[in-house]
Design a protein around this ligand. Structure first.
Ligand code: ADP
Ligand code: MG
Length: 239
C-alpha cells in the first residue's frame, strides 16, 4: 500500500524563529515528490514534521487519511533514509537490516524472507555476513536502504541520501531508486540539492525558500514555466 500525505498550513518555530511558515502540500499515494531549495530553507525540518521527529507549531499533517499531529514516529507507517546512514559497526549487514524486526520479535523465517526479498535487488546479497567497516560508501548506503525497505512502510522519506557518494555511484543509485519506486509504488518524499536528481526522479518538485513553497509541479513545468525569478534561478531553464 502507498499512503497519500496532506500538509495543511504546517508551521514550525524554534524559539522565536519561524522556520516553516504555513505550508500546504498535497502528495498523492505513490507519488515521488522531491523537495529542493537553498541550504537552511527548511527541507529537513519539513521531513521531520512528516515523520514526527519534530512536533508541529501549527497546522495539520495527514497520512493515509489519518491526522497524525499527535502520533509518535514509531506509530507512523514511515521509513527514513538519511545522508549519514548510521549502521551498527559491530553487527553484520544482515543484522543491521533486521535489527528493527528483531526488536519487534518478528519470527526468524520472516526476517530471512525480508532480507532475501531485497538483498538481490540492492546487490548486497554477497555482503550479508560482513560488518559495515568492510563495505564501501555505496554499499553502506544500500544497506541503509535495505533497512528501510524491509519495514515495508507506506511512505519513504529520504534526506539527501546520496550526497556522500561519489558522482558515478550517485548516478547508479539514482537509477536504482527510480527502479525501486516503479516496482514498489510507494509514496516518496525526497530531499536533494542535485537538480538532475530532482528532474530525473520527481513526479512533482516542490521548490522551497525561507520556509515556504514557491512552486509545486511536474519537473517540466518547473523547468519551462518557473513562477518567479527565484525558481527560475534555482531550477528553471536559462532565459
Ligand atoms: P535545510 O534542510 O533546508 O538545509 P533545515 O530544515 O535543516 O534546512 O533548517 C531550517 C532552519 O531551521 C535553519 O535555519 C536551521 O538552523 C534551523 N533549525 C533546524 N533545526 C533546528 C533546531 N533543532 N533548533 C533550532 N533551529 C533549528
Ligand atoms: Mg537538510
Amino acid at each position: 500500500m502507498a499512503a497519500g500525505i496532506e500538509l495543511k498550513n504546517v508551521q514550525k518555530s524554534f524559539g522565536n524563529t519561524e522556520v516553516i511558515k504555513g505550508i500546504d502540500l498535497n502528495i498523492e499515494p505513490g507519488e515521488f515528490v522531491v523537495l529542493v531549495g537553498p541550504s537552511g530553507c527548511g527541507k529537513s525540518t519539513l521531513l521531520n514534521l512528516i515523520s514526527g521527529l519534530e512536533t508541529l507549531s501549527g497546522g495539520d499533517v495527514t497520512i493515509g487519511g489519518k491526522v497524525v499531529n499527535n502520533t509518535p514516529p514509531r506509530d507512523r507507517d514511515i521509513a527514513m533514509v538519511f545522508q549519514s546512514y548510521a549502521l551498527y559497526p559491530t553487527k553484520t549487514v544482515r543484522d543491521n537490516i533486521t535489527f528493527g524486526m528483531q526488536a519487534r520479535r518478528v519470527p526468524k523465517a520472516e526476517q530471512d524472507a525480508a532480507v532475501a526479498a531485497f538483498s538481490g535487488l540492492l546487490q548486497i546479497d554477497h555482503l550479508l555476513d560482513r560488518k559495515p567497516g568492510q563495505l564501501s560508501g555505496g554499499q553502506r548506503q544500500r544497506v541503509a536502504m535495505g533497512r528501510a525497505l524491509v519495514r515495508d512502510p507506506d511512505v519513504f522519506l529520504f534526506d539527501e541520501p546520496l550526497s556522500n557518494l561519489d558522482a558515478k555511484l550517485r548516478i547508479d543509485m539514482r537509477t536504482e531508486i527510480k527502479k525501486l519506486h516503479l516496482r514498489l509504488g510507494k509514496t516518496v518524499v525526497y530531499v536533494t540539492h542535485d537538480q538532475i536528481e530532482a528532474m530525473t526522479l520527481a513526479s512533482r518538485i516542490a521548490v522551497m525558500d525561507e520556509g515556504r513553497i514557491r512552486q509545486y509541479g511536474p519537473p517540466e513545468e518547473i523547468y519551462e514555466n518557473p513562477v518567479d525569478l527565484f525558481v527560475a534561478g534555482f531550477m528553471g531553464s536559462p532565459p
